[in-house]
Structures are given as C-alpha cells and as structure tokens.
Write a protein that binds this ligand. Structure first.
Ligand SMILES: Nc1ncnc2c1ncn2[C@@H]1O[C@H](COP(=O)(O)OP(=O)(O)OP(=O)(O)O)[C@@H](O)[C@H]1O
Ligand SMILES: [Mg+2]
Length: 272
C-alpha cells in the first residue's frame, strides 16, 4: 500500500488551482525531495496530506485512507515556525510536551521518554540544547529542536517543509544526514522540501517537482531534465550537470540560487 497516493487531485486556494489534476504515489520508506519554485504548492501539498486542506477534486489517500487531522503517524515540521511556546521552557521540556500530547506543565518524563529525547537530540547533534531555555537559542538551534520534535513520536511519515532554512552549511549537512539515518533505520517515508537539489542528491530516492499546477515524480535523471522543467517552470530551462552537481538555469541564471536569494536572502545575508 502506498503511503501517499493522489489520483487526479486538484488543490485550490483563493479560487486558484495550486495543483491541478495531479496523480502520483509514494511508497513506504522512500525519501522524496520536494522541489519547485516559490508558490508551486509544496507547502499546500503537505497541508493537504495533513488533512488541513481537502482536495477540490480527485482522491488523496494517506496510509490508504482519507487524511485525518492530527494523525500521530505523521511528523510535521512546518515552514512557518511561529508556534514556539513559552520561551522559558528548556529544550528537553519542549520536546517532552509533544511526547505527552502537548500537555504543558507536566514535569514527569519517564526514564524511557528521557532516553528517547536524548537519543533523538543526539542524532541531530543537539544534545546540548536539552537544558537550555528556548529564549537563549539561536534561530537555527530552535529549528533543530523542532526537527527533533518532528522525529520523536515514532512517525511513519515525515513532512519536512524547508527544514534547511536558517541552518548554516554544516548544520544543513547534519540535518540531512540525521534525517536520512533515522528514517532509513526506522523505515520512515519522508517528504523533504528544499530549494537546493544538490545537497539532497546523495540522499533522495525520487524527486517530486512541482510547477505550473503540475507535479512530476521520478528519479532525478527522469525529472531534472530541460523538457520536464521547462514545462513546470513555464519558461525555457537548461539543465547543466558537472561532476556531481546539477544546475537548473533559466536565461543563464541558476534558478535555485535566484529563488533562494529572493525568498530567504535576509536569513542568509546573501544580498550583493
Ligand atoms: N491561504 C491562501 N489563500 C490563497 N492563496 C494561497 C493561500 N496560501 C497560499 N496561497 C497561494 O498558493 C500557492 C502555493 O503556495 P505554497 O505555499 O504551497 O507554495 P510553496 O511551493 O510552498 O512556495 P515556497 O517555496 O515559497 O514555500 C501560492 O501561489 C500562494 O500564493
Ligand atoms: Mg512553502
């Protein structure tokens, strides 16, 4: 049984089809890189899988049934991370709260729960965050805590929406490696959205590329091609491959870099 299956699905927002008549299925244990320009529907798709946006048309199945809100089998790292609670809580308590069903103020974590939290924090190189209050963490440190939170409840499906944003290059690598390792070990299916394909090349099984209301799921070799991407971007795209790197170019500009700077430049200081 597929983990996620779309059959002729349309997702509409504000009277516009973000995805239109889209079909694909994702199999258990796959690591899927979700790519596409700003506004192509990466976040919208994840929200639909979470049961937060019913399809306007078609059938969307998650674990073989209609998506259910609050499904404990799905771990989610939202792109917009405004849901941080009381900043005085320590990293350990923050993650502990998601283990005991978001009941704040429960002091007692069992030894097994503490061990699980320690192990998860360690897996993303963030043990030192356990005893620190959120108020004293940098943006990237909080983000790694949120990643740990998404991993902690033994999810079968992990939806990570731009988990690399606001992490520096080294911690981007750490995060990718950690997600890959944890998910391979536990057979977790991952949808991992990003603006940079190259960092994920060694990790992803298939790529889901969105654009122009469409979605193409396949191997990098099948999907990251000039004809497919020209259709998805709605403009002439060139794909340049050099030793282990792929550059997606429109009119001589690296599309990923352009979007990256345009979208998140303020977080990276990439402005020239
Ligand atoms: N609540 C809303 N009402 C109307 N339109 C919306 C709403 N939320 C998003 N949209 C539109 O839906 C489209 C898809 O947005 P979405 O956030 O899924 O894109 P994305 O691929 O995640 O983009 P990004 O790379 O910037 O994160 C965009 O055109 C966006 O403007
Ligand atoms: Mg998004």
């Amino acid at each position: 049984m597929s983990v996620v299956a779309l059959d002729r699905v349309s997702l509409r927002l504000g009277g516009r089809a973000v995805l239109d008549d889209v079909s694909f299925s994702i199999e258990p244990g796959e690591f899927i890189g979700v790519l596409g320009p700003n506004g192509s529907g990466k976040t919208t798709l994840m929200r639909a899988i979470l049961g937060l946006l019913p399809p306007a048309r078609g059938t969307l199945r998650v674990f073989g049934r209609a998506p259910e809100r609050g499904d404990a089998a799905i771990g989610y790292l939202p792109q917009v991370r405004t849901v941080l609670p009381d900043l005085r809580v320590r990293g350990l308590d923050f993650i502990g709260a998601s283990l005991n069903g978001h009941r704040w103020g429960l002091p007692s974590l069992s030894p097994a729960e503490r061990d699980a939290i320690d192990a998860t924090l360690a897996s993303i190189g963030a043990q030192h965050l356990a005893q620190r209050p959120l108020s004293e963490m940098s943006g990237g440190e909080r983000q790694r805590l949120l990643l740990a939170q998404a991993l902690i409840g033994n999810p079968k499906l992990l939806l990570l929406d731009e988990p690399l944003i606001s992490l520096d290059a080294r911690h981007q690598e750490v995060a990718i490696d950690a997600v890959r390792k944890v998910c391979r070990e536990r057979g977790i299916t991952v949808l991992f959205s990003a603006h940079e394909l190259n960092q994920l090349l060694g990790t992803l099984d298939r790529v889901l590329y969105l654009g122009n209301g469409q979605a193409v799921l396949g191997t990098v070799d099948d999907v990251v091609t000039a004809p497919v991407l020209s259709r998805l971007y709605g403009t002439d795209i060139h794909v340049v491959r050099t030793d282990g790197h792929i550059f997606v170019m429109a009119r001589g500009l690296d599309v990923e870099r352009v979007h990256h700077v345009h979208d998140h430049g303020h977080e990276h200081g990439h402005h020239h």
